[in-house]
Write a protein that binds this ligand. Sequence first.
Ligand code: ADP
Ligand code: MG
Length: 314
Amino acid sequence: MTAKNAIEIEGLRKTYAGGRQQVAKEALKGVDLTIPAGSIFGLLGPNGAGKSTLINILAGLVLKTSGRVTIWGFDQDINPRQSRAAIGVMPQELNLDPFFSPRGSLEVQAGLYGVPKSQRRTDDILRMIGLEDKADAYARTLSGGMRRRLLLGKALVHRPQILVLDEPTAGVDIELRQMLWENVRKLNADGMTIILTTHYLEEAEEMCDEIAIINHGSLIVRDSTKALLGRMDAKTLVIHSEGDMPDALAMPDGVTIDRRADGAVAFTYRRSETAPDAILDALRQAGVRLRDVASEEPDLEDVFLDLTRKRAEA
Ligand code: ADP
Ligand code: MG
């Protein structure tokens, strides 16, 4: 099968009903999105953007208000069982039953998905997530990192074609992060489609083939990571000079100048268009003596600002 989509989403809307005295919250405002099979796909956005809502709708944990969701070719409304079987979700919340051991949790989860005893691979999963030693310990005695690993294991019991990880590395240590990414890469190499949410741009850059960014419940952009990074090439040089900086400065085209309250002057340029040296040369030509030079990388926030501004201008 060529160019199959793992996920197809059309016109997806979600409005959470307001509780007493609360207004209803429109968390997804008509999202269209396709996610190709076989990819590692990043869903990015700031807190409150609607990432978990989208993922929980895919997982069948949150009911959509309207729209169409197709998972591995199965329409969620027409074939709820098949569409659910195709996806495994590692949730953002550490929602484990404190009275089950890792082995017990995996067995119960397999039971929920109707995996016959003979086809369960509880020991393989325990090994993969590094919890063999803790297989029979109570969940409440597990560390935060171990719980997260167990949640990954639970998402895999029914051998889903698609694995979704919701902020898997928020607040976890480097070791666990590496272990997670190793596993994710291995699973993807074996053919599993991976969807992950994160608000760490670097992580998405490193892991994802394609990226979608959502903000305030709307899709802002969806592109290959490479193409997206090309758009994100704004960089800033922050310069303190000896004495005052001249009022008028001749700069290469496309460089914007921002005088900051602390006396520093920030020069923002595009890596693809301007070399930082050209800015420093222009300053020297203007007779400016540099006291301090620092550089600032754009973060996700800048990317959002950039993309939303371009949109407003278009
Ligand atoms: P993200 O995962 O990107 O941080 P969420 O999907 O969790 O965003 O939340 C999107 C918006 O919906 C937020 O404004 C959040 O407060 C709201 N929201 C999320 N879950 C609920 C809920 N169960 N009831 C009401 N509002 C919710
Ligand atoms: Mg979330």
